[in-house]
Design a protein around this ligand. Structure first.
Ligand SMILES: [Zn+2]
Length: 252
């Protein structure tokens, strides 16, 4: 019962911060302030009333339309809120009431925002990657945390690895295979997981990206693919299960 109530609270908080993730996704790539003004309709910019700001529920009661201009609201809004809440619940089930859970939830929301901004705009804003990196590095000082040395090595290995990929890509394919935002995102992930797990994160991202990119290329002929979502999946997997996966791999 106690656990159920705690999970419910994590879910609620995840919905509220998911709503903030929507603000990040909309405003960061447009270089708008993320604190002011309060939430507004993205079409007519009318400020939302208090009962229009309730995560998921408001979207449903409004029938997916702005109450003012009646323009359709993207289903991305409730989906991001729901996705963030479920992600937080997953982190909570993995680490319980702990510092690792708090840090993991912040990482999840940051990665979610980075992935979706990359899909929509083809960039990952510095505000997000540098912010994440600083949170990860600060968290490493926690007594049972990663430790600042491993965190720093994670940044260098993560960023350095993608820098090598990017240079090789340029040399072999004569085009930009990876952006600076990707590089900074993996460096930020490295600050959270350390140098060994960040290698795992990169490996997962490259394998998934190659599979999805290959299938997409075969079906649509489209070659460009934002790499951010794959890095996000790789980084989150490394944070949640990196130790377990690496122990298993090294025991083979
Ligand atoms: Zn409107």
């Amino acid at each position: 019962m106690y656990h159920f109530v705690a999970a419910f609270l994590v879910l609620l908080l995840g919905l509220v911060i998911g709503s903030f993730a929507n603000t990040l996704i909309h405003r960061l790539p447009r270089r708008l302030s993320i604190v002011r003004p309060g939430s507004y309709c993205p079409h007519c910019e009318t400020p939302l009333t208090a009962d229009e700001k309730i995560p998921v529920l408001s979207f449903l009661t409004l029938g997916g339309r702005c109450s003012h201009c009646k323009e359709k609201i993207s289903p991305r809004y409730p989906l991001v809120e729901l996705g963030n809440a479920l992600g937080w619940l997953g982190v909570f089930f993995r680490f319980g009431f702990s510092f690792e859970s708090v840090v993991g939830c912040l990482l999840f929301t940051g990665l979610l925002a980075a992935a979706l901004i990359d899909v929509e705009h083809g960039i990952i804003p510095n505000g997000l990657t540098v912010g994440l990196l600083m949170i990860g590095f600060a968290a490493s000082f926690y007594p049972f945390g990663l430790g600042p040395l491993d965190s720093l090595l994670g940044v260098l290995v993560g960023g350095g690895l993608l820098l090598i990929f990017a240079l090789l890509g340029k040399l072999i394919f004569k085009r930009e295979a990876m952006g600076g935002g990707d590089l900074k995102l993996l460096a930020a992930a490295g600050a959270f997981v350390g140098w060994r797990e960040v290698l795992l994160a990169a490996f997962i991202a490259v394998v998934l990206g190659a599979i999805v990119g290959g299938v997409r290329w075969a079906v649509t002929g489209e070659r460009e693919l934002p790499f951010g979502p794959f890095l996000a999946v790789g980084a989150m997997t490394a944070y949640l299960a990196g130790g377990i996966i690496l122990d298993w791999y090294l025991s083979l």
